[in-house]
Design a protein around this ligand. Structure first.
Ligand code: AMP
Length: 224
């Protein structure tokens, strides 16, 4: 990253907490770049790169991809010029090793984390949330069968594409593994960022727009 004062925000939370949806809204409101390691990994899988080949089966099982692969993929992406606007990290870091590597990466360019925002949700919500979600293949907008349906069946509200995609790992069995990985490996980051004085927590059980309002207030303060 080139700018020294560009904001760095982290969204923490279990799979299905709404990190992607909220990151996209923040991206639009604050002119930041959403960086999802899940998206970067899915692109690597689709492109058939070495990293993608190594990640594929791990992702299908709902386990975490190796720190080395994920840190490299994110480190490369952070060097792109658009990241100088500031970034919202969605799904990274997910382990203490990744969090420490991020501190080093940011330190090299004189940057720091403005806020690590934990989206607090109960596990029992997750299966419902995850099993109903789908994404527009045209523009990436996220939808949900119950909570955020398209206005016209199967057609994206934003770009009118009819190419809707459901993720291979959004099924009940894989969700259980992903939740387990979250509690064992990612939840400890809440303490990590609390200790750094960067932690903010938000109740993410409610309605998408209400959560977005709360997040906007947190981010406005954090980037001021
Ligand atoms: P997500 O799109 O964030 O739900 O991520 C989908 C899958 O990609 C996860 O279940 C992991 O297998 C993998 N993944 C994404 N981000 C990371 C990360 N920071 N560390 C390890 N694995 C990751």
């Amino acid at each position: 990253m080139t700018a020294t004062t560009a904001p760095v925000l982290i969204l923490l939370g279990p799979p299905g907490a709404g990190k992607g949806t909220q990151a996209r809204m923040l991206e639009e409101s604050f002119g930041l770049v959403q960086l999802s390691t899940g998206d970067l990994l899915r692109a690597a899988v689709a492109a058939g790169t070495e990293a993608g080949k190594a990640a594929k089966t791990v992702m299908e099982a709902g386990d975490l991809v190796s720190d080395e692969i994920v840190i490299n993929i994110l480190g490369d992406r952070l060097k792109d010029a658009d990241c100088a606007k500031g970034v919202i990290l969605d799904g990274f870091p997910r382990t203490t090793v990744q969090a420490e590597a991020l501190d080093v990466l940011l330190g090299e360019s004189g940057q720091k984390i403005n806020a690590a925002i934990s989206l607090e949700v109960e596990d029992r919500e997750m299966v419902t949330r995850i099993s109903g979600r789908f994404t527009c293949g045209g523009c990436g907008e996220g939808y949900h069968d119950t909570f955020k349906p398209t206005a016209k069946d199967g057609t994206c509200d934003k770009c009118s594409s009819t190419d809707m995609k459901r993720r291979a790992d959004d099924n009940a069995e894989t969700v259980a593994s992903r939740l387990e990985a979250y509690h064992a490996q990612t939840a400890p980051l809440i303490d990590y960022y609390q200790t750094q004085g960067a932690l903010q927590q938000i109740d993410a059980m409610g309605e998408i727009n209400a959560i977005a309002e709360g997040l906007n207030a947190i981010v406005t303060k954090a980037v001021a």
